[in-house]
Design a protein around this ligand. Structure first.
Ligand SMILES: Nc1nc2c(ncn2[C@@H]2O[C@H](COP(=O)(O)OP(=O)(O)OP(=O)(O)O)[C@@H](O)[C@H]2O)c(=O)[nH]1
Ligand SMILES: [Mg+2]
Length: 372
């Protein structure tokens, strides 16, 4: 394992806590989890996670918000010190939250805002309500998601309708299955970041993806073993409930493809998977990672994170103005953006103060992502 940055996986509200409690049962050693809710009972039901944080006692007196988003927001706003203690020093925050209730929907945007202020990158896995929960709940989820978009780096939407099994599954099996789908995303990403591989996916790659993706991402994952496993895997990736038959890969302007296999993974298999999944599209920013893990002997597992939209980086036009970058080679290079930005007075000396180039706009120098 190669964990040089701190990754925290946080469950918010009833759905977030229940999902994380299920995910943690089979998670690799070294993953850091925390749960947060105003509902003490929810936290007590998840005793397998040590870090359980009850907030908003003065607002709900230890009960749930009963679907009141404003109460959820106040719970978070009244607990900024607790939030800061939790988020301080975190580099990547992965949050699992169900939108449509009160606590998770109200507190998620506040937490995203604080994490951003403390310099963390945030990826939200947001569970969206079933149709049958009604238009009021769906509207709450929609409104909360809009607020969340302002502060979160990226949101992976997980509509309950798609991540639950079809047919007459028992409710508990259904919840296990949805937690399993979420786990594949959260644990899969964590695993890729924490392995040194042949061609590993590092934090800078995820950082670039989170910086430039325009709020929403899709993901797909699959694991296959046995003869013809690469072909089986490609079919499963396309047929994943969140992959829209593979169209998310073809249209994506930014793509992270992470392959994990045992010592028996062949170059031909990796090549076959990438050639079938990555679009032959010069405009797509693609980063691939291949990790070898003895636990995956005989198997191949692939996780894909696909941006739905991409923000064009800004570059200096040479006349003191900033304009969108274009072209395949330049896309997605944050470092390039900073290097190419030059002073308005092209020939004059740059203004360097305490090692910082003040001719570069503050938001670029500090890598601040502007709110949408
Ligand atoms: N997949 C999954 N979805 C859930 C689960 N529990 C709730 N949901 C979904 O998540 C949405 C939000 O519900 P909760 O997370 O319980 O709400 P909360 O944030 O705790 O808010 P309040 O209880 O109203 O304070 C619901 O509308 C459901 O669609 C769960 O265990 N698994
Ligand atoms: Mg609740």
């Amino acid at each position: 394992m190669n964990i040089t940055k701190k990754i925290l996986v946080l469950g918010l509200g009833g759905a977030g806590c229940a999902s994380i409690a299920r995910i943690a049962q089979n998670a690799p050693d070294g993953m850091d989890f925390a749960l947060m809710d105003c509902d003490v009972q929810t936290l007590e039901n998840c005793s397998q996670i040590d870090s359980r944080i009850a907030i908003g006692k003065s607002v709900t007196d230890g009960l749930s918000t009963g679907g009141d988003i404003d109460m959820g927001r106040r719970c978070a706003e009244n607990s900024l010190t607790q939030l800061e203690t939790l988020l301080n020093g975190v580099d990547f925050l992965f949050v699992v939250v169900g939108l449509g209730g009160g606590f998770g929907s109200g507190s998620a945007p506040i937490i995203a805002r604080m994490a951003r202020g403390l310099g963390a990158h945030t990826l939200f896995f947001s569970i969206l309500p079933f149709e049958f929960e009604g238009s009021v709940v769906r509207k709450k989820a929609h409104d909360s998601q809009r607020k969340l978009r302002t502060y979160a780096d990226a949101i992976v939407q997980m509509p309950n309708k798609r991540i639950q099994p079809d047919g007459d599954a028992l409710l508990t099996d259904s919840m296990d299955r949805s937690a399993q789908t979420i786990a594949e995303g959260v644990v899969g990403l964590w695993r890729l970041l924490s392995h040194t591989g042949l061609c590993n996916l590092d934090f800078a790659n995820l950082q670039t993806m989170l910086h430039f993706c325009d709020a929403t991402c899709r993901f797909s994952c699959a694991t296959a073993a046995g003869e013809g496993r690469a072909n089986t895997l490609i079919d499963e990736l396309r047929n994943h409930p969140l992959a829209n038959k593979g169209s998310i890969f073809e249209k994506a302007p930014g793509l992270i493809i992470g392959i994990t296999g045992g010592e028996d993974l062949t170059l031909k298999e990796a090549q076959q998977i990438i050639e079938n999944i990555a679009p032959d599209n010069a405009k797509c920013w693609i980063k691939m990672g291949v990790a070898i893990d003895s636990d995956f002997s005989g198997q191949i597992s692939v996780m894909i994170l696909a941006a739905e939209a991409w923000k064009q980086p800004l570059v200096d036009d040479g006349y003191g103005g900033l304009k969108p970058k274009t072209g395949k080679a330049e896309q997605g290079e944050l470092v390039g953006v900073l290097k190419q930005t030059s002073s308005k007075f092209g020939e004059s000396e740059r203004t360097i103060w305490r090692g910082e180039d003040l001719d570069i706009p503050t938001y670029l120098r500090k890598k601040i992502k502007l709110p949408r």
